[in-house]
Ligand binder design. Sequence first.
Ligand SMILES: Cc1cc2nc3c(=O)[nH]c(=O)nc-3n(C[C@H](O)[C@H](O)[C@H](O)COP(=O)(O)O)c2cc1C
Length: 187
Amino acid sequence: MEVLQTSALPLGYVAPPFVTRFYLRCRQPQGRTTTLGGELEEQEFRDVMARLAASVVVISARTDRGFRGLTATSFVSISTEPPMVLVGLERMTITFNVSVLTRSQEFIAERFAGRAPAVAGAWSDVPHHLGANGLPLIDGCAAWLECKLAQVHQAGDHDICVGGVEAATKGDGEPLILWDRSFWSLR
Ligand SMILES: Cc1cc2nc3c(=O)[nH]c(=O)nc-3n(C[C@H](O)[C@H](O)[C@H](O)COP(=O)(O)O)c2cc1C
């Protein structure tokens, strides 16, 4: 499998600086396990987590100010019976849709990460349609899910939002991958 980088844009969303206190056990290349104790700087934590490859999705929801989209990489499936997914969000929302972006949709990831130039009406120039629940689904994606919030668990500065999947549709195209702060695709 050939892996191609689609962009060299530095990635990683910026949150207020904080210091995380926890202990990290890591295995050395030689097989030795060491324990790093004490304070872990936010940047160190970000640098380690940047080594994790993840699919890029856009979460869409309705807010007081209309539809909102948010680029996320914390989206995973968690249960098949019943079908459930989870995503870490700064603010929880009752119903949300998920559009799994493809390699050609980097600009949409940038847009909904708040990094593209400001355009009036976040959704006005993003091709989309509405799901059965009335929330936006981005056209041309690798997959789409419509979810209803089932559980919320507080986790640091984010909420773990568990959603029951009410509709799931397969699309075409290669997924957009985030790894090492850059966008990649599988071939
Ligand atoms: C690659 C990437 C992944 C992200 N993943 C998440 C995530 O999983 N959960 C989250 O709440 N924010 C995530 N964010 C941050 C939000 O996309 C971003 O903070 C938010 O959309 C800011 O937009 P605003 O300025 O319009 O509020 C991610 C950002 C990027 C660039």
